[in-house]
Design a protein around this ligand. Structure first.
Ligand SMILES: Cc1cc2nc3c(=O)[nH]c(=O)nc-3n(C[C@H](O)[C@H](O)[C@H](O)COP(=O)(O)OP(=O)(O)OC[C@H]3O[C@@H](n4cnc5c(N)ncnc54)[C@H](O)[C@@H]3O)c2cc1C
Length: 576
């Protein structure tokens, strides 16, 4: 199921409810539901999907949700949306009616079948999300040569980089440099492919530009302007040193970023509202879970709710509380399980919405949606809205950065974050600052009930071993633990986990969580043997913030692209 979806379903599967996959079809639950109760922790997509499916199967579900609203990370900031972060900044969104920013999830790939199943079922209307735009600018100031620090159309850099690469390869192949690897027939076909791919001259195999990179003088009807004037390609050396080629694999290479991409009309939280219409009656809002204990007769969850402290007993518990929060709660778990949880790092992630009084990117630059990829630290991605075409105003995503850069920007006040974003965007669009009206920023690592955007890797890991994220997604006794621990995308990453190695095999080989589970259930007192940490609701923590809350790796690993694979390191990646 969700996050989200498929991992929660994977967890229910672990209870023996008997379905094989949640990727592209709703699960058919077959367990013995009669009179059985399930307490579900968290009303994000994972928790609400669990409640929806289990209720259909006859289970009696209750959801405990810390926030006063459902949806978890699936939020949309529009007029009146209020948020106070962990360092005390309170913001109330002041966008015009109809304007919004999805400061959490924002796009649905065409292959996220679970998510698309529920959007259809709940009547959540979708529209295209422009995830790639040939006309959008690329802006790299860290490179060298005349293109550094200049906005360049993606189509130009793509045509030239690919054209020159095809030319060099075609000429080398023609000279026989690849004869050891290609048969004569293959060599001819390969050259034909390169001519086609790079728009080369079939005679000279030279790249001299192409229509796809745009025109110096645009085409038009009649004789004036007529067929237009071709644009002149950048020099190969300038393309190479600009570093702008880093964007070229950013979208199409990554399965998660491929077109067609979708978004709910009017804001991502319409998906959450769709679920809430189904299971809202089961949700106890503003109810903060603090302790989970298990005994031979099921599970008891202790919380603080609107009426003060309380507890609820159930036959089963599905926990979708993010592990970044869960690790600070009072839990009946084994030491290996806790050790695995402690190794899971959550990424600092920032977004900011900037309301502009004029859609200058459309009117002055002919850019309709898409992303301005850049190498400005703390900014990395500027995104233009995929709706409201040719309207008066629009909300731009002013930055979307991860890791240490995000942690640094989030330390600023909301006003200073906006100023930071504006100064950066001004480098790309001269109209930026003058068009700005109001901003709303969100830092997921400073959100009390998330403490990070998503599980981003392992903290302080020094040796290879079973991924702790995979080990933690398991069942112990009556509890299914972080049902959405790998919730990098709302649709879940189950297929990817399986491609890298069987999750259950890893657990058995490494942490032996399933076996230990049984112990926890048979020995309810096992709780007392573990290393008790200062108890805590979220917000009361004794360990260094940058290790525990923000999930940052040790200082010497910060910026390591393996930890925070984002635009900051190595290959440019567009995020979630
Ligand atoms: C910036 C960003 C961009 C993203 N972009 C995309 C995207 O484009 N597409 C996509 O598919 N996915 C995206 N994701 C991932 C997606 O948001 C998640 O996979 C999904 O929302 C996870 O759902 P969940 O229910 O597992 O977790 P959550 O939504 O985090 O739900 C957990 C719930 O537990 C509650 N909770 C926490 N602590 C307690 C407690 N102590 N007691 C009770 N309740 C508690 C929380 O309030 C929350 O409601 C993005 C995430 C972020 C942060």
């Amino acid at each position: 199921m969700v996050g989200g979806l498929s991992l929660a379903v994977a967890g229910m599967e672990a209870l023996g409810f008997g379905f094989a996959s949640a990727q592209d079809a709703p699960p058919t639950l077959t367990g013995g539901s009669k009179g059985k109760s399930v307490v579900i922790l968290g009303a994000g997509h994972a928790g609400m999907t669990s409640a929806f499916e289990l209720t259909k199967a006859g289970y009696d579900c209750t959801i405990l949700e810390a926030r006063s609203f459902a949806g978890g990370r699936c939020q949309t900031a529009r007029k009146g949306f209020a948020h106070t972060d962990l360092i005390g900044n309170t913001q109330v969104c002041d966008f015009d009616e109809g304007q919004y920013i999805n400061h959490g999830p924002w796009r649905i790939p065409y292959h996220h079948r679970s998510t698309l199943h529920y959007t259809k079922l709940f009547g959540v209307q979708l529209e295209s999300f422009v995830n790639d735009n040939d006309a959008a600018y690329v802006y790299f100031e860290g490179g060298g040569g005349p293109l550094a620090g200049k906005p360049i159309r993606k189509a130009q850099i793509a045509a030239d980089a690919r054209g020159y690469a095809a030319e060099l390869l075609a000429k080398a192949t023609n000279k026989g440099a690849l004869d050891a690897d290609l048969s004569v027939e293959d060599r001819d076909q390969f050259i034909a492919y390169l001519v086609h791919e790079g728009r080369l001259s079939p005679k000279t195999l030279a790249y001299t530009g192409c229509d796809g990179r745009g025109f110096a003088s645009p085409r038009g009807a009649g004789v004036n302007p007529g067929p237009g004037v071709a644009s002149v390609p950048f020099a190969l050396t300038d393309v190479l040193h600009s570093q702008a080629w880093k964007v070229l694999s950013s979208v199409s290479e990554d399965f998660d970023q491929q077109r067609t991409m979708l978004q709910p009309i009017g804001g991502m939280d319409h998906i959450a509202k769709g679920f809430e219409r189904q299971v809202g009656r089961m949700i106890r809002y503003s109810t903060v879970v603090q302790k989970i204990s298990q005994g031979s007769d099921g599970v008891e969850v202790f919380f603080t709710g609107p009426q003060g402290p309380g507890s609820i007993k159930a036959d089963y518990c599905i926990c979708s509380i993010p592990i970044s929060v869960l690790k600070s709660l009072d839990l009946a778990i084994s030491d290996p399980f806790r050790a695995a949880m402690d190794q899971v790092a959550y990424a600092p992630v920032n977004k900011i919405g900037l309301q502009m009084k004029r859609r200058f990117w459309e009117e002055d630059h002919a850019i309709y949606g898409g992303h301005i990829y850049n190498d400005i630290p703390g900014i990395r991605t500027i995104s233009l809205p995929s709706s409201g075409w040719q309207g008066q105003k629009g909300v731009i995503l002013g930055y979307y950065a991860f890791g240490a850069e995000a942690a640094a920007v989030s330390a600023k006040s909301p006003a200073d974050r906006a100023a930071f974003a504006l100064a950066a965007g001004q480098k790309v669009f001269p109209q930026y600052t003058d068009s700005f009206e109001t901003a709303f920023s969100f830092s997921w690592h400073l959100a009390q009930y998330n403490l990070g955007g998503w599980a981003a890797g392992r903290t302080g890991a020094t040796s290879p071993g079973p991924a702790p994220i995979q080990c933690c997604a398991s069942r112990t006794g009556a509890c299914i633990w972080p049902a959405s621990i790998s919730a990098i995308w709302a649709d879940g990453r189950r297929g990817r986990l399986n491609r890298r190695g069987s999750r259950s095999a890893s657990c058995t080989r490494g942490c032996r969580l399933r076996e230990e589970n049984v112990d926890a259930r048979q020995h309810p007192g096992a709780d007392d043997q573990r290393d008790r940490r200062p108890s805590s609701g979220p917000g009361q923590r004794s360990r260094p913030v940058h290790r525990l809350l923000f999930g940052l790796p040790p200082a010497d690993r910060q910026g390591d692209p393996r930890r925070f694979p984002g635009p900051g390191g190595g290959r440019l990646r567009p995020g979630r």
